[in-house]
Design a protein around this ligand. Sequence first.
Ligand code: NCD
Length: 308
Amino acid sequence: MEQVRHLIGPEDLNQKEMEELFRLADSILMHPERYMDVCKGKIMASLFFEPSTRTRLSFEAAMLRLGGQVMGFSEPHGSSASKGESLQDTIRTVACYADLAILRHPKEGAAKLAKEASPWMPVVNAGDGGHLHPTQTLTDLMTIRHLKKSLKDMTVVLCGDLMFGRTIHSLAKALSTYEGMKLILVSPKELKMPSYVIEELPPGSYVEVASLEEALPLADVLYMTRVQKERFLNEKEYERLKDVYVLTKEKLQWAKKELIIMHPLPRLQEISVAVDEDPRAAYFQQAKLGMYIRMALILKLLKMEDER
Ligand code: NCD
Protein backbone atom coordinates (compact mmCIF):
# COMPACT_ATOMS: atom_id res chain seq x y z
CA MET A 1 0.00 0.00 0.00
CA GLU A 2 1.22 3.50 -0.82
CA GLN A 3 2.28 5.42 2.26
CA VAL A 4 0.06 8.19 3.60
CA ARG A 5 1.80 11.56 3.78
CA HIS A 6 1.18 13.82 6.76
CA LEU A 7 2.55 17.30 7.45
CA ILE A 8 3.46 17.58 11.11
CA GLY A 9 6.71 19.57 11.00
CA PRO A 10 8.65 21.42 8.28
CA GLU A 11 11.03 18.46 7.95
CA ASP A 12 8.19 16.36 6.48
CA LEU A 13 8.77 18.07 3.14
CA ASN A 14 12.17 18.24 1.51
CA GLN A 15 13.32 21.28 -0.45
CA LYS A 16 12.52 19.68 -3.81
CA GLU A 17 8.96 18.91 -2.71
CA MET A 18 8.55 22.43 -1.36
CA GLU A 19 9.71 23.86 -4.68
CA GLU A 20 7.17 21.64 -6.46
CA LEU A 21 4.48 23.01 -4.14
CA PHE A 22 5.51 26.62 -4.83
CA ARG A 23 5.32 25.97 -8.58
CA LEU A 24 1.95 24.31 -8.28
CA ALA A 25 0.71 27.21 -6.14
CA ASP A 26 1.99 29.67 -8.78
CA SER A 27 0.14 27.76 -11.46
CA ILE A 28 -3.09 27.77 -9.41
CA LEU A 29 -2.64 31.51 -8.80
CA MET A 30 -2.33 32.13 -12.53
CA HIS A 31 -5.00 29.70 -13.75
CA PRO A 32 -7.49 29.14 -10.91
CA GLU A 33 -10.17 27.99 -13.39
CA ARG A 34 -8.13 24.89 -14.24
CA TYR A 35 -8.34 23.67 -10.65
CA MET A 36 -11.95 24.55 -9.89
CA ASP A 37 -13.25 21.01 -9.65
CA VAL A 38 -10.16 18.86 -9.13
CA CYS A 39 -11.27 17.88 -5.61
CA LYS A 40 -14.91 17.23 -6.47
CA GLY A 41 -16.19 14.48 -4.17
CA LYS A 42 -13.41 14.94 -1.61
CA ILE A 43 -14.03 16.07 1.97
CA MET A 44 -11.64 17.99 4.20
CA ALA A 45 -12.16 17.97 7.97
CA SER A 46 -11.23 21.22 9.64
CA LEU A 47 -10.61 20.44 13.33
CA PHE A 48 -9.83 23.62 15.22
CA PHE A 49 -9.47 23.21 18.98
CA GLU A 50 -7.94 26.73 19.15
CA PRO A 51 -9.02 30.05 17.60
CA SER A 52 -7.93 30.89 14.06
CA THR A 53 -8.88 33.28 11.29
CA ARG A 54 -6.37 32.93 8.46
CA THR A 55 -5.27 29.34 8.83
CA ARG A 56 -8.77 27.92 9.09
CA LEU A 57 -10.41 30.17 6.52
CA SER A 58 -7.58 29.89 4.02
CA PHE A 59 -7.65 26.08 4.28
CA GLU A 60 -11.43 26.02 3.93
CA ALA A 61 -11.36 28.48 1.03
CA ALA A 62 -8.58 26.40 -0.55
CA MET A 63 -10.67 23.22 -0.47
CA LEU A 64 -13.82 24.99 -1.66
CA ARG A 65 -11.92 26.62 -4.54
CA LEU A 66 -10.70 23.18 -5.56
CA GLY A 67 -14.31 21.99 -5.74
CA GLY A 68 -14.13 19.89 -2.59
CA GLN A 69 -16.21 20.11 0.55
CA VAL A 70 -15.43 21.02 4.12
CA MET A 71 -16.78 19.92 7.49
CA GLY A 72 -15.58 20.39 11.04
CA PHE A 73 -15.61 22.68 14.02
CA SER A 74 -13.91 25.91 14.95
CA GLU A 75 -13.80 25.49 18.73
CA PRO A 76 -13.44 22.52 21.10
CA HIS A 77 -17.00 22.98 22.45
CA GLY A 78 -18.21 21.97 19.01
CA SER A 79 -16.89 18.42 19.37
CA SER A 80 -16.98 15.51 21.80
CA ALA A 81 -13.58 16.62 23.11
CA SER A 82 -15.69 18.72 25.49
CA LYS A 83 -17.15 15.42 26.82
CA GLY A 84 -13.65 14.12 27.39
CA GLU A 85 -13.09 12.14 24.19
CA SER A 86 -9.41 11.54 23.43
CA LEU A 87 -7.84 13.15 20.39
CA GLN A 88 -6.97 9.71 19.03
CA ASP A 89 -10.61 8.60 19.11
CA THR A 90 -11.73 11.85 17.48
CA ILE A 91 -9.20 11.34 14.67
CA ARG A 92 -10.11 7.68 14.14
CA THR A 93 -13.73 8.75 13.81
CA VAL A 94 -12.99 11.64 11.45
CA ALA A 95 -10.97 9.22 9.28
CA CYS A 96 -14.22 7.29 8.69
CA TYR A 97 -15.73 10.38 7.02
CA ALA A 98 -13.01 12.61 5.57
CA ASP A 99 -10.17 12.32 3.05
CA LEU A 100 -7.89 14.78 4.84
CA ALA A 101 -7.81 16.48 8.27
CA ILE A 102 -6.44 19.86 9.28
CA LEU A 103 -5.78 20.03 13.01
CA ARG A 104 -5.08 22.97 15.30
CA HIS A 105 -4.65 22.11 18.95
CA PRO A 106 -3.39 23.92 22.08
CA LYS A 107 -1.08 21.05 23.10
CA GLU A 108 2.44 20.65 21.73
CA GLY A 109 2.74 17.24 20.09
CA ALA A 110 -1.02 16.87 19.41
CA ALA A 111 -0.51 16.68 15.65
CA LYS A 112 2.01 13.85 16.03
CA LEU A 113 -0.45 11.92 18.20
CA ALA A 114 -3.16 12.49 15.61
CA LYS A 115 -0.94 11.24 12.81
CA GLU A 116 -0.24 8.06 14.73
CA ALA A 117 -3.98 7.48 15.14
CA SER A 118 -4.59 8.01 11.42
CA PRO A 119 -3.15 5.25 9.26
CA TRP A 120 -4.99 6.18 6.06
CA MET A 121 -6.10 9.84 6.32
CA PRO A 122 -3.44 12.56 5.90
CA VAL A 123 -3.20 14.90 8.91
CA VAL A 124 -1.89 18.44 8.66
CA ASN A 125 -0.58 20.30 11.68
CA ALA A 126 -2.19 23.74 11.59
CA GLY A 127 -0.43 24.72 14.84
CA ASP A 128 0.23 22.62 17.96
CA GLY A 129 0.53 24.86 21.01
CA GLY A 130 3.75 26.87 21.05
CA HIS A 131 5.55 24.20 18.99
CA LEU A 132 5.25 24.20 15.18
CA HIS A 133 3.12 25.58 12.35
CA PRO A 134 4.45 24.13 9.09
CA THR A 135 1.74 25.43 6.72
CA GLN A 136 2.44 28.97 7.89
CA THR A 137 6.05 28.25 6.96
CA LEU A 138 4.99 27.20 3.46
CA THR A 139 3.06 30.47 3.27
CA ASP A 140 6.07 32.44 4.51
CA LEU A 141 8.54 30.80 2.13
CA MET A 142 6.16 31.26 -0.78
CA THR A 143 5.84 34.95 0.10
CA ILE A 144 9.61 35.45 0.23
CA ARG A 145 10.07 33.51 -3.04
CA HIS A 146 7.25 35.44 -4.70
CA LEU A 147 8.41 38.90 -3.65
CA LYS A 148 12.19 38.45 -3.58
CA LYS A 149 12.33 36.01 -6.52
CA SER A 150 14.74 33.84 -4.58
CA LEU A 151 15.16 31.78 -1.44
CA LYS A 152 18.87 32.18 -0.86
CA ASP A 153 21.54 34.64 0.27
CA MET A 154 19.37 36.81 2.47
CA THR A 155 19.30 38.24 5.96
CA VAL A 156 16.05 37.45 7.70
CA VAL A 157 15.25 39.18 10.97
CA LEU A 158 12.83 37.25 13.19
CA CYS A 159 11.53 39.56 15.89
CA GLY A 160 9.30 39.29 18.95
CA ASP A 161 8.14 36.27 20.90
CA LEU A 162 10.61 33.67 19.70
CA MET A 163 9.93 31.47 22.72
CA PHE A 164 6.24 30.73 22.12
CA GLY A 165 5.86 31.73 18.46
CA ARG A 166 5.26 28.45 16.64
CA THR A 167 5.42 30.09 13.20
CA ILE A 168 8.96 31.25 13.99
CA HIS A 169 10.10 27.80 15.13
CA SER A 170 9.01 26.16 11.89
CA LEU A 171 10.27 29.03 9.73
CA ALA A 172 13.74 29.18 11.32
CA LYS A 173 14.20 25.44 10.81
CA ALA A 174 13.10 25.63 7.18
CA LEU A 175 15.12 28.76 6.34
CA SER A 176 18.28 27.25 7.72
CA THR A 177 18.16 24.56 5.00
CA TYR A 178 18.47 27.21 2.24
CA GLU A 179 21.86 28.42 1.03
CA GLY A 180 23.23 31.68 2.37
CA MET A 181 20.32 32.42 4.72
CA LYS A 182 21.41 34.43 7.74
CA LEU A 183 19.03 34.75 10.68
CA ILE A 184 19.03 37.59 13.16
CA LEU A 185 16.92 36.56 16.14
CA VAL A 186 15.59 39.60 17.98
CA SER A 187 13.88 39.04 21.31
CA PRO A 188 14.04 40.05 24.94
CA LYS A 189 16.02 37.53 26.99
CA GLU A 190 12.79 36.16 28.51
CA LEU A 191 11.43 35.23 25.07
CA LYS A 192 14.49 33.77 23.35
CA MET A 193 14.27 31.00 20.78
CA PRO A 194 14.01 27.63 22.59
CA SER A 195 17.13 25.47 22.56
CA TYR A 196 15.41 22.63 20.66
CA VAL A 197 15.13 24.98 17.67
CA ILE A 198 18.55 26.62 18.10
CA GLU A 199 20.22 23.21 18.16
CA GLU A 200 18.95 22.51 14.65
CA LEU A 201 20.35 25.71 13.15
CA PRO A 202 23.79 25.38 11.56
CA PRO A 203 26.47 27.12 13.66
CA GLY A 204 27.23 30.56 12.26
CA SER A 205 23.86 30.83 10.49
CA TYR A 206 22.26 32.98 13.20
CA VAL A 207 22.93 35.66 15.79
CA GLU A 208 20.78 36.57 18.78
CA VAL A 209 20.33 40.25 19.65
CA ALA A 210 17.93 42.26 21.79
CA SER A 211 17.68 45.42 19.69
CA LEU A 212 15.41 45.75 16.66
CA GLU A 213 17.09 49.05 15.74
CA GLU A 214 20.42 47.24 15.48
CA ALA A 215 19.06 44.48 13.24
CA LEU A 216 16.71 46.48 11.01
CA PRO A 217 19.25 48.08 8.62
CA LEU A 218 20.64 44.63 7.78
CA ALA A 219 17.29 43.00 6.99
CA ASP A 220 16.13 41.81 3.57
CA VAL A 221 13.11 40.29 5.29
CA LEU A 222 11.69 41.47 8.61
CA TYR A 223 9.33 38.95 10.24
CA MET A 224 7.48 40.47 13.19
CA THR A 225 5.47 38.36 15.64
CA ARG A 226 2.85 38.86 18.29
CA VAL A 227 3.72 38.20 21.92
CA GLN A 228 1.67 35.03 22.51
CA LYS A 229 -0.52 36.05 25.46
CA GLU A 230 -2.29 32.68 25.64
CA ARG A 231 0.96 30.83 26.39
CA PHE A 232 1.97 32.98 29.38
CA LEU A 233 1.41 31.66 32.88
CA ASN A 234 1.75 35.10 34.37
CA GLU A 235 -0.37 37.97 33.07
CA LYS A 236 1.92 40.65 34.58
CA GLU A 237 4.86 39.17 32.72
CA TYR A 238 2.86 39.39 29.47
CA GLU A 239 1.96 43.03 30.18
CA ARG A 240 5.62 43.82 30.79
CA LEU A 241 6.82 42.22 27.56
CA LYS A 242 3.99 42.80 25.09
CA ASP A 243 5.23 46.09 23.68
CA VAL A 244 8.98 45.58 23.67
CA TYR A 245 9.12 45.82 19.89
CA VAL A 246 6.91 48.15 17.92
CA LEU A 247 7.65 48.74 14.27
CA THR A 248 6.84 52.33 13.31
CA LYS A 249 7.19 54.37 10.12
CA GLU A 250 10.00 56.30 11.79
CA LYS A 251 12.04 53.17 12.46
CA LEU A 252 11.63 52.09 8.86
CA GLN A 253 13.74 55.04 7.73
CA TRP A 254 16.74 52.92 8.67
CA ALA A 255 15.65 49.88 6.68
CA LYS A 256 16.54 48.83 3.14
CA LYS A 257 14.31 50.03 0.28
CA GLU A 258 13.80 46.45 -0.92
CA LEU A 259 12.92 45.13 2.54
CA ILE A 260 9.75 43.06 2.88
CA ILE A 261 7.86 43.20 6.16
CA MET A 262 6.05 40.02 7.11
CA HIS A 263 3.81 38.93 9.98
CA PRO A 264 1.73 35.75 10.31
CA LEU A 265 -1.09 37.90 11.78
CA PRO A 266 -3.05 38.62 13.93
CA ARG A 267 -1.14 41.85 14.50
CA LEU A 268 -1.63 43.70 17.75
CA GLN A 269 0.53 46.72 18.52
CA GLU A 270 3.87 45.31 17.25
CA ILE A 271 3.37 46.88 13.81
CA SER A 272 1.81 50.30 13.88
CA VAL A 273 -1.13 50.66 11.48
CA ALA A 274 0.67 53.53 9.73
CA VAL A 275 3.20 50.99 8.40
CA ASP A 276 0.44 49.33 6.32
CA GLU A 277 0.70 52.00 3.64
CA ASP A 278 4.44 51.46 3.23
CA PRO A 279 5.08 49.51 0.00
CA ARG A 280 7.36 47.19 1.97
CA ALA A 281 4.47 45.90 4.11
CA ALA A 282 3.71 42.40 2.77
CA TYR A 283 1.60 40.82 5.51
CA PHE A 284 -1.80 40.93 3.84
CA GLN A 285 -0.34 39.65 0.60
CA GLN A 286 1.27 36.91 2.69
CA ALA A 287 -2.17 35.95 4.04
CA LYS A 288 -3.51 35.75 0.48
CA LEU A 289 -0.65 33.60 -0.80
CA GLY A 290 -1.37 31.26 2.12
CA MET A 291 -4.54 30.12 0.40
CA TYR A 292 -2.76 29.17 -2.84
CA ILE A 293 0.01 27.21 -1.14
CA ARG A 294 -2.64 25.37 0.90
CA MET A 295 -4.47 24.51 -2.32
CA ALA A 296 -1.22 23.03 -3.62
CA LEU A 297 -0.66 21.14 -0.36
CA ILE A 298 -4.18 19.66 -0.39
CA LEU A 299 -3.58 18.39 -3.94
CA LYS A 300 -0.25 16.88 -2.94
CA LEU A 301 -1.55 15.11 0.15
CA LEU A 302 -4.53 13.77 -1.78
CA LYS A 303 -2.04 12.64 -4.46
CA MET A 304 -3.82 14.75 -7.04
CA GLU A 305 -1.03 17.19 -7.90
CA ASP A 306 -0.78 15.90 -11.46
CA GLU A 307 -4.49 16.23 -12.19
CA ARG A 308 -4.23 19.41 -14.34
C1 NCD B 1 -0.22 32.50 14.09
C2 NCD B 1 -0.54 31.29 14.94
O1 NCD B 1 -1.71 30.95 15.13
O2 NCD B 1 0.41 30.69 15.39
N1 NCD B 1 -1.23 32.92 13.25
C3 NCD B 1 -1.47 32.25 12.08
O3 NCD B 1 -1.63 31.05 12.05
N2 NCD B 1 -1.50 32.97 10.95
C4 NCD B 1 0.44 33.59 14.83
C5 NCD B 1 -0.20 34.16 16.06
O4 NCD B 1 -1.27 33.73 16.50
O5 NCD B 1 0.38 35.09 16.59
